[in-house]
Design a protein around this ligand. Structure first.
Ligand code: CO8
Length: 257
């Protein structure tokens, strides 16, 4: 029996999804990305799950797209195989995604971390877009998401030189939320996931959607989008529960309804 390329563990309201090609530093082949997307979509539908963590192993989150899979590809092959289309499905996931990164997060690995909504890095994490060194450039969002995350000049330097940055630099650049000791990575990612999972899930979902829109829309349109989502939450039981609990000075219980 072949090993699954992603391992899934569900703990309370959190799914921990581990990339599982350790012998090639979790190089992202099409099959792995397909399995990852299928698991994310399944968790997105699962009412028990409120937050997903994507992680790798101590040596690598993911060292990029699988170069051996691409080496002989023509543009037509990439189009026919719809090589990058599964990546767009990650963007449709409505629940928060946390990347827990140790070791290499390079090329597609850095891009995958940036597809997530929050990034916890261990002290050993290295982020980079080294595609320039193998004759190409980022193709799964790197030029767009890195630039939005760290600004033009830092993105230019990282993408045009291919040099990677340390976890501390990633923190200073605003690319990651926090840096933790390697041995604490799982625990810290889980604690953050559980904290978010304790909040009203529909408010979390609409807040995530609204923040992502801030990167796409004009301020005027973004403010309208936010107002609509704010008003919509007054249709939920969790809004009544949250506000009633405040008034009654008790802890709310959120049901995701
Ligand atoms: N693809 C395929 N195999 C890889 C990759 C990769 N990206 N990275 C590492 N491996 C394999 C190695 O070939 C090696 O396998 P083997 O033992 O069979 O030779 C094994 O993993 C271990 O690697 P190393 O021996 O090289 O380990 P080191 O610790 O010496 O070096 C490095 C680690 C520095 C990370 C090095 O492996 C490296 O430079 N890897 C390539 C990094 C890279 O260039 N990434 C970008 C790839 S292109 C890309 O991501 C495009 C994204 C856009 C599309 C996204 C679609 C998925």
């Amino acid at each position: 029996m072949t090993e699954p390329l992603v391992l899934v563990e569900k703990l309370d309201h959190v799914a921990r999804i581990q990339l599982n090609r350790p012998h090639v530093l979790n190089a992202l082949n099409m099959q792995l990305i397909r399995q990852l997307v299928e698991v994310l979509e399944e968790c997105d539908q699962d009412e028990q799950i409120r937050v997903m963590i994507i992680t790798g192993n101590e040596k690598a989150f993911a060292a990029g797209a699988d170069i051996k899979e691409m080496v002989d590809a023509s543009p037509v092959d990439l189009m026919v195989k719809r090589y990058l289309s599964d990546w767009l499905r990650i963007r449709q996931i409505s629940k928060p995604l946390i990347a827990a990164v140790s070791g290499f997060a390079l090329g597609g690995g850095c891009e995958l971390a940036m597809c997530c909504d929050l990034i916890i890095a261990s002290e050993s994490a290295r982020f980079g877009q080294p595609e320039i060194n193998i004759g190409v450039m980022p193709g799964a969002g790197g030029t767009q998401r890195l630039t939005r995350a760290v600004g033009k000049v830092k993105a230019m330097e990282m993408i045009l030189t291919g040099k990677s940055i340390t976890a501390q630099e990633a923190l200073d650049y605003g690319l990651v939320n926090r840096v933790v000791p390697v041995e604490d990575l799982d625990k810290e990612a889980l604690a953050l996931a559980q904290e978010i999972a304790s909040k009203p899930p529909l408010a979390v979902r609409l807040a995530k959607q609204s923040i992502l829109k801030a990167l796409d829309l004009s301020l005027e349109d973004g403010l309208h989008f936010e107002q609509n989502n704010f008003c919509m939450l007054f249709a939920t039981e969790d809004q009544r529960e949250g506000m009633q609990a405040f008034v009654e000075k008790r802890k709310p219980t959120f049901r995701g309804r």
